[in-house]
Design a protein around this ligand. Structure first.
Ligand code: ARG
Length: 264
């Protein structure tokens, strides 16, 4: 009995910690000669941008954003620490100086630009709606999704949450972690999830029965940028020049291809 109570309490405290945006820390020693660390904030629930992959029984933090962050750290001659927590906590952590920069497939919106500064866009992606295959003949357009019987899901604090708000008649579910959203979609507790296309492609490949609905949504020119604390111009200049050289050398494209295939 005692054991059961202990287990229940452990589970409860884990749930509470999760709710508070509990973080975990990953350390990458890039070069023994570097002096100290810079700290990245991310939310590793967003393959191929960032996710936790089990490699030989060990949990490893991987993704496009992690590779870019390593390049930025190299340019600063620093090793890299990564704080991984809920997406909705990242900008606050940056503003409070708990992290030095954020890469999290983050879209540089006007609202966010009031709080932090952004680099140039390093990777463009469109928004899509993921649905169950069995609904592909009924959920076909904005109208069919915008019904009181339809449950639309999006990540808490994301631009997808804002897009979901356009479906004024539908029910909305905003959840912190993308894997939880996808589980609910698979279990038919949610009918549609709005998410960036590279993420959706991964789930279509890995989770049976999901398809991308034939519906256009969001900004067709949207993309991800690196966030830094307001006014951190010298750091931003370094970040922008790293992005430029990753793009012109073709290295970024290589990273993208590699991470997409690592997610399969
Ligand atoms: N691009 C979207 C946004 O900026 C979603 C990003 C979610 N990122 C993540 N690592 N979960 O709001």
């Amino acid at each position: 009995m005692k054991k059961i109570v202990a287990v229940v309490m452990l589970v409860m405290s884990l749930v509470v910690l999760q709710g508070c945006g509990q973080s975990n820390l990953h350390t990458f020693t890039l070069d023994e000669s570097y002096d100290g660390f810079i700290t990245l904030g991310t939310s590793a629930d967003y393959a191929p941008y960032e996710w936790i992959k089990k490699v030989d029984g060990k949990s490893e933090l991987v993704g496009i954003d992690i590779e870019i962050a390593k390049e930025i750290a190299h340019a600063m001659k620093k090793n890299l620490k990564v704080v991984n927590k809920g997406f909705d906590f990242l900008l606050e952590d940056l503003k409070q100086g708990k992290v030095d920069f954020v890469l999290a497939g983050m879209t540089p919106t006007d609202k966010r630009k009031e709080e932090v500064d952004f680099s140039k866009v390093y990777y463009e992606a469109i928004q899509v709606i993921l649905i169950n295959e069995k609904n592909k003949d009924t959920l076909i357009d904005f109208e069919s999704l915008n019904q009181a019987s339809v449950r639309i899901g999006a990540q808490l604090g994301s631009i997808q949450q804002e897009l979901a708000e356009d479906f004024t008649n539908a029910q909305k579910q905003y959840i912190q972690a993308i894997p939880d959203l996808m589980m609910r979609l698979g279990d038919n507790q949610i009918d549609a999830v709005i998410v960036e296309k590279p993420v959706a492609d991964g789930y279509v490949a890995n989770q049976k029965g999901l398809v991308i609905a034939d519906i256009v949504i969001g900004d067709p020119d949207g993309g991800s940028a690196v966030a830094v604390k307001k006014g951190d111009q010298a750091f931003l200049d370094v970040i922008n020049s790293v992005i430029d050289s990753l793009i012109t050398s073709g290295k970024l494209e290589e990273i993208v291809v590699e991470m997409i295939s690592l997610n399969k």
